[in-house]
Design a protein around this ligand. Structure first.
Ligand code: PLP
Length: 454
């Protein structure tokens, strides 16, 4: 099909996610046809550096020979069967690899197919775990603790523990109850607080809310270290450990949602490692297949799992599963992705790129319209503001972050903002020279757009 025809069909029939379609129709977004390494190519042959790992999921690049080969080999055997009443070789092999690589005590692997469902499963498991352990005199554990501004996906369960009002508010009446713990990031602290007094307030609130509600709390869910979709908000060092200490004190399971931060992006394979934290549940998705195929896992401890054991007539079974749970092609892609972390020394590459990024980001340090630069590993948020002193935002209607995306795209780089936070999320395996290219183009795009705003 020619471009015009493809565009027409896209505009008439494809309903894009998280997208105002009225605006989309005017934007002539690139229609991607192929990819190679860390570049995407549109149907007219234009190449773009993939500056946000597609949707934060690509790890070793596109068309990676080892991953392609693993999928082909699996395809020659079988694409999919089921884990309901059967087992499958790739899902067994992948579970074994995951148990070896994740924090100790996480010994059980439950498969699903997106980050949202991995979270949904952890929430349901935590709820059922308590229900099956409790005595009739215990208070029901039907409340979840989550972080203010959290994003854990868009199923009803994961929205119930979400805190981004523009995504979540409309569904308010459909959601179950959760309490939100203030997000300990100083840049957006309310008036009247200094940065340090706000962090102190957040810490006191964390303790107060957990203590006051501990008898009802089924679990505490957190994105370790970085709240990605909130705009790359970073927690202060020690925060995750503090959450673990408090939840352990009251026997509240901790769900670590590493859908975005896992698989090397923060500098370690899993973000929890940086604070020596062992969660009760670990959710992984996005990068687990290298960004190739939909697969997610919810990992749990023996202690959680044991509460589900019993005779069929005890009805302790976890009644949850999807048609494509543990898909064989996706498991094969995931196995190859994990192996590449060893053979390509991907974490070493992340370490080098982390250094490069922080040197390059220092160039923006005194920029009059850069309010804050946030970086953890190869996850970066550059918050643009109209006034650096007051931290005042640009008027929303100007869509400054989006304008930066368009300017970068003109020069061959794909990035996607979160409001006026310009996000850089290079794949963990991206070579150093492309990190420089990404910074060159995005920094110029920021200057180009800002010069039109002031
Ligand atoms: N959890 C976190 C921390 C995420 O960042 C996301 C997606 O961005 C999700 C869950 C949902 O993942 P998915 O889009 O695969 O459902």
């Amino acid at each position: 099909m020619h471009s015009e025809e493809l565009r027409k069909i896209d505009n008439e029939h494809v309903w894009h996610p998280f997208t105002q379609m009225k605006t989309h129709r005017d934007e002539n977004v690139p229609m991607i046809e192929s990819g190679e390494g860390f570049f995407l190519k549109d149907n007219e042959g234009r190449a773009y550096l993939d500056g946000v790992s597609s949707l934060w999921c690509n790890v070793h690049g596109h068309r990676v020979p080892e991953i392609d080969q693993a999928i082909r080999e699996q395809l020659d055997k079988i694409a999919h069967t089921t884990l309901l009443g059967l087992a499958s070789v790739p899902s067994i092999e992948l579970a074994s690899e995951l148990v070896k690589r994740t924090p100790e005590k996480l010994t059980k692997v439950f498969y699903s197919d997106s980050g949202s469902t991995a979270v949904e499963i952890a929430l349901k498991m935590a709820f059922q775990y308590h229900a099956q352990k409790q005595t009739p005199d215990d208070q029901p554990r039907d409340l979840f603790a989550c972080m203010q501004h959290a994003y854990h996906g868009d199923t009803i369960g994961s929205v119930s523990v979400g805190g981004i009002s523009i995504f979540h508010e409309i569904f308010g009446s459909l959601l179950f109850e959760s309490i939100q713990v203030p997000c300990p990031t100083a840049f957006h602290c309310p008036e009247g607080y200094s940065e340090s007094s706000y962090l102190e307030y957040c810490d006191q609130e964390l303790e107060r809310l957990v203590t006051a509600n501990h008898q009802r709390l089924a679990a505490f869910i957190i994105e370790p270290l970085v709240q990605g979709a909130a705009g790359m908000l970073m927690h202060p060092p020690g925060y995750l450990r503090r959450v673990r200490e408090l939840t352990a004190r009251y026997g509240i399971p901790l769900i670590a949602d590493e859908v975005a931060v896992g698989l090397g992006r923060t500098g370690t394979m899993f973000a929890c490692e940086q604070e020596d934290v062992a969660p009760d549940f670990l959710c992984l998705a996005k990068g687990i297949t290298g960004g190739y195929l939909p697969l997610a896992v919810t990992m749990a401890t023996d202690e959680i799992f044991n509460a589900f054991e019993g005779a069929p007539e005890d009805y302790k079974t976890f009644f949850h599963g999807h048609t494509y749970t543990g898909n064989s092609l996706a498991c094969a892609a995931a196995l190859a992705t994990l192996k590449l972390f060893d053979t390509q020394q991907t974490l070493e590459n992340v370490k080098e790129n982390t250094e490069i990024l922080s040197h390059r980001l220092a160039e923006l340090q005194d920029h009059p319209h850069v309010g804050e630069i946030r970086q953890k590993g190869v996850m970066v948020g550059i918050e643009l503001v109209s006034d650096r002193e007051t931290k005042a935002a640009f008027p929303m209607g100007r869509r400054v972050g989006h304008q930066v995306t368009l300017a970068a795209r003109k020069n061959g780089v794909i990035v996607r903002p979160l409001g006026d936070v310009v996000v850089l999320m290079p794949a963990p395996g991206m070579p150093a020279e492309l990190i420089h290219q990404l910074c060159d183009v995005v920094f110029s795009a920021i200057d180009e757009v800002i010069s039109l705003q002031v």
